[in-house]
Design a protein around this ligand. Structure first.
Ligand code: FUB
Length: 447
C-alpha cells in the first residue's frame, strides 16, 4: 500500500495558472480556473459558445453565505471542445439598471442569434419585483453586450431558454415552480402572448431549467427535476413548440456526487450531439460552486434520447503532443487505482492518478498520435517507492510503446523515455504500473 509522500507539483501548478487566464485546456470539468454552472451551449460562427453562470463564494457583504452567489457572466468558446477561450465578463449585475443591487443572483442564462444580432437572456432579482428576465444585445457572440433598460414585461421567473423555430418564430421558456412558455415578438425583447404553464410535466419535486430544441420534427423540452433527492435531467416531446408535451424519460440520473442541481443544454455540433451539464467537481463539499461538463448524447432511431452516463474524460480528441490529464480517465482498474486533488487546498490545480498495486491501470481514450512524428514520452510523476510504468496504446496495432522508470523520491519529476514503437493515428492510451509499491502521475505527453 503506497502512502502519499509526494510534494505538491509547484512548477506544473504555476504553468496551469498562467494558461487559465484566457485559454484553457480541459476534459471534464471544462473550465478549471473558475466555478461555472448552468451551461447553455450554442453554435455560432462555426464554434461552440458556452454561456454559463459564474458561481463565486459569498463573502462578508457579498451574497448570502451557504447559497448561490453570482455577480456576472463570462462566455467561453471552443472549436475542438478541449481548448476553451474565456472571452471575459459579458454582463455584470452593476450593468443591469433594474436589478436589485448586490443581489448576486445572476442565474442560468441563454443566448440566441436572430437577424444579425445576439440576444443574451438572464434572470436576476428585479428591484422590489422578484425575479425578472433581462436581455442584453450584441453584434458578436462574445460581446460587447448592451443591457436593455427594462426586464421582459410579463415574465417573472428564472432559467430563460429561447427557442427559434424553423419559421423564425421565437419562444421564451422559463421556470418558477412550473415551466412557462410564451411567444416572443420579432424584436426578441417583448412577449407576444401571455405566458402559459406547460402541462403534463412533473408537479411534485422541483422542476426548473427548461431547454428546448427541435430534431426531425420532434420538439424536445428537457428539464432538471427532483424525483428523489437531487436533480436529474428528464425530457418530454411535442409536435409543436408550445406543446402539448408528453413525458418521455430520463437523460441523466441524479449525480452520485450529491450535487443538488443539474442544469443542461443539448446541442449538435459538426454532426455530433452533446449534453452540457454541471456537477461539483472543483468543490466536493459545497454544491453551490459548480463546474460545467460535456458528454456525447445519442438518439435512437425513433428519436428517443439515450441516457447519458457522466464521464471525467468528456468529449473531444486529445492531441498526443499536449499534456494528457490521465486523471480524467475513461476507465480505471477496479483495484489499486484512484484519483485525488494535486492540492486539496486549491482544487483548481487539478488532479493526479495514484496507481498503488501491481498491474493497476488507467485508460484515457481518443488520443491522436498524428502521422507518426512522436519519438518519446514525458511523464510528470512522483513515486515514494520508485517503480516502472508501461505505456500502452490500444486499438489497431495496439502494444506497449514505452517503459518509464520513475525514480524513488518525494519530488515531482518530468521523466523522459524513448518510445520502443512509433505510434500514429487514433488510439486509447493505457498507463499500467508494473511494479510493487506505487506511483502518482499528473500528466503524460508525447514529443
Ligand atoms: O444556478 C442557479 C440555479 O441553480 C439555476 O438557475 C438553476 O437551474 C440551478 O442550476
Amino acid at each position: 500500500m503506497m502512502t502519499n509522500k509526494c510534494k505538491s507539483a509547484i512548477l506544473i501548478i504555476a504553468t496551469l495558472a498562467v494558461t487559465s487566464v484566457n485559454h484553457l485546456w480541459a476534459d471534464n470539468p471544462l473550465i478549471m480556473g473558475q466555478f461555472t454552472a448552468d451551461p447553455t451551449a450554442r453554435v455560432f460562427e462555426g464554434k461552440i459558445y458556452v454561456y454559463p453562470s459564474h458561481d463565486i463564494l459569498a463573502s462578508p457583504g457579498k451574497g448570502r453565505p451557504g447559497w448561490f452567489c453570482m455577480e456576472d457572466y463570462h462566455v467561453f468558446s471552443s472549436e475542438n471542445l478541449l481548448d476553451w477561450t474565456d472571452h471575459g465578463v459579458i454582463v455584470h449585475q452593476k450593468d443591469v439598471p433594474w436589478a436589485e443591487p448586490n443581489s448576486y443572483s445572476m442565474w442560468a442564462p441563454d443566448c440566441v442569434f436572430k437577424d444579425g444580432r445576439y440576444y443574451f437572456y438572464f434572470p436576476t432579482t428585479a428591484r422590489g419585483r422578484g425575479w425578472g428576465i433581462g436581455v442584453a444585445i450584441s453584434d458578436k457572440p462574445y460581446g460587447p453586450f448592451k443591457v436593455e433598460p427594462q426586464p421582459i414585461q410579463g415574465a417573472r421567473g428564472i432559467d430563460p431558454c429561447v427557442f427559434i423555430d424553423k419559421d423564425g418564430k421565437a419562444y421564451l421558456y422559463y421556470s418558477m415552480n412550473r415551466i412557462f412558455v410564451a411567444r416572443l415578438k420579432d424584436n426578441m425583447v417583448e412577449l407576444d402572448s401571455n405566458p402559459q404553464v406547460i402541462g403534463n410535466l412533473p408537479t411534485r419535486g422541483l422542476i426548473e431549467g427548461p431547454f428546448v430544441f427541435e430534431r426531425n420534427g420532434i420538439y424536445y423540452l428537457s428539464y432538471p427535476h427532483v424525483q428523489n433527492n437531487t436533480e436529474r435531467l428528464e425530457y418530454a416531446i411535442a409536435s409543436s413548440p408550445m406543446g402539448p408535451f408528453e413525458q418521455k424519460g430520463v437523460i441523466m440520473d441524479e449525480s452520485p456526487s450529491g450535487c443538488w442541481t443539474n442544469h443542461h443544454s443539448i446541442v449538435e455540433y459538426k454532426g455530433q450531439w452533446y449534453l452540457f451539464y454541471h456537477d461539483k467537481d472543483l468543490s466536493p463539499n459545497f454544491d453551490k460552486n459548480r463546474s460545467i461538463r460535456a458528454d456525447y448524447l445519442y438518439f435512437d432511431e425513433d428519436g428517443t434520447i439515450q441516457k447519458v452516463t457522466p464521464t471525467l474524460r468528456g468529449v473531444g480528441i486529445a492531441d498526443a503532443t499536449r499534456r494528457i490529464q490521465i486523471d480524467r480517465y475513461s476507465a480505471i482498474s477496479p483495484e489499486g487505482a484512484s484519483v485525488d486533488f494535486l492540492d486539496p487546498n486549491d482544487t483548481h490545480k487539478g488532479w493526479k492518478v495514484m496507481l498503488s498495486a501491481k498491474d493497476a491501470w488507467v485508460r484515457y481514450n481518443r488520443v491522436d498520435f498524428g502521422k507518426g512524428q512522436v519519438r518519446s514520452v514525458v511523464v510528470n510523476a512522483c513515486s515514494s517507492t520508485g517503480g516502472t510504468i508501461a505505456i500502452r496504446i490500444d486499438g489497431p496495432g495496439g502494444q506497449v510503446i514505452a517503459q518509464v522508470k520513475i525514480p524513488k523520491g518525494t519530488d515531482w519529476r518530468q521523466v523522459n523515455s524513448a518510445l520502443s514503437t512509433v505510434p500514429s493515428g487514433l488510439h486509447d492510451l493505457v498507463v499500467v504500473f508494473t511494479d510493487v509499491g506505487g506511483v502518482e502521475i499528473d500528466w503524460v505527453q508525447f514529443n
